[in-house]
Design a binder for this molecule. Structure first.
Ligand code: NI
Length: 174
C-alpha cells in the first residue's frame, strides 16, 4: 500500500500506448490497484490510469462520490476497468472542463462523446458492460485516453479555453 508519485505531462511514459493485461487476480495486479486507489484518494482525483504511475498496462480506476474538484458532478460508481473498449453510441459530443492529476492546477474545455458503451474486465476478470452518458462517459473517455498515450490538451479545440484553474475561474466558479 503506497501513495506513488503521479507522472506529469512532459514525461515520455505518458505518451506511450499501454499493453493488455494478460492474467487477472495476480498479486502484481492487486498491488498495482491498491497503489492506484491510495494515490487517487490522496490527491482527490476522480480517476487514474496505470500509465500515470509509470505502469504500461491497460488498467484504469475511477469513481465519484462527492469530489471537491468537481462539486457539481454527478456520482459515478467506483470501478476498476481493465482492457477497456469504448464504443460511441452516436455522434453527439459536448464540451466540458476537465482536469488531470498529470497536469496539476490546469483545466481545459474538452469535447467528448456524450453517450458511450464501455466494456472490459474488473480485477478478477469479471466482464463489465455499461452504457453511460454525460460526466460518467467523460471520465471513462479521459482515463482510457491515457492508455493510448493521449492527454486532454491534445483534444482541446479552442486553446484559449485552457489554463490555470485559479485564473480561469477567478471571478465565478473556483
Ligand atoms: Ni488524466
Amino acid at each position: 500500500m503506497a501513495i506513488r508519485p503521479v507522472l506529469r505531462m512532459g514525461d515520455a511514459r505518458l505518451l506511450q500506448c499501454a499493453g493488455l493485461v494478460g492474467s487477472f487476480g495476480s498479486d502484481e495486479l492487486h498491488k498495482l490497484l491498491v497503489d492506484m486507489r491510495d494515490t487517487m484518494q490522496a490527491l482527490e482525483g476522480v480517476g487514474l490510469a496505470a500509465p500515470q504511475l509509470g505502469v504500461g498496462l491497460r488498467v484504469v480506476i475511477f469513481g465519484v462520490q462527492k469530489s471537491s474538484r468537481y462539486p457539481d458532478a454527478e456520482t459515478v460508481p467506483e470501478t476498476v476497468l481493465i482492457n477497456p473498449v469504448i464504443t460511441p453510441l452516436d455522434d453527439q459530443t459536448e464540451q466540458a472542463w476537465e482536469g488531470c492529476l498529470s497536469l496539476p492546477g490546469l483545466r481545459g474545455l474538452v469535447p467528448r462523446f456524450q453517450n458511450i458503451r464501455y466494456q472490459g474486465y474488473d480485477e478478477n476478470g469479471t466482464p463489465i458492460d455499461r452504457t453511460v452518458s454525460g460526466f460518467h462517459a467523460r471520465v471513462v473517455q479521459h482515463e482510457c485516453d491515457h492508455l493510448d498515450g493521449m492527454l486532454y490538451p491534445a483534444r482541446i479545440q479552442d486553446i484559449t479555453q485552457f489554463g490555470y484553474t485559479e485564473e480561469l475561474f477567478s471571478e465565478s466558479e473556483a
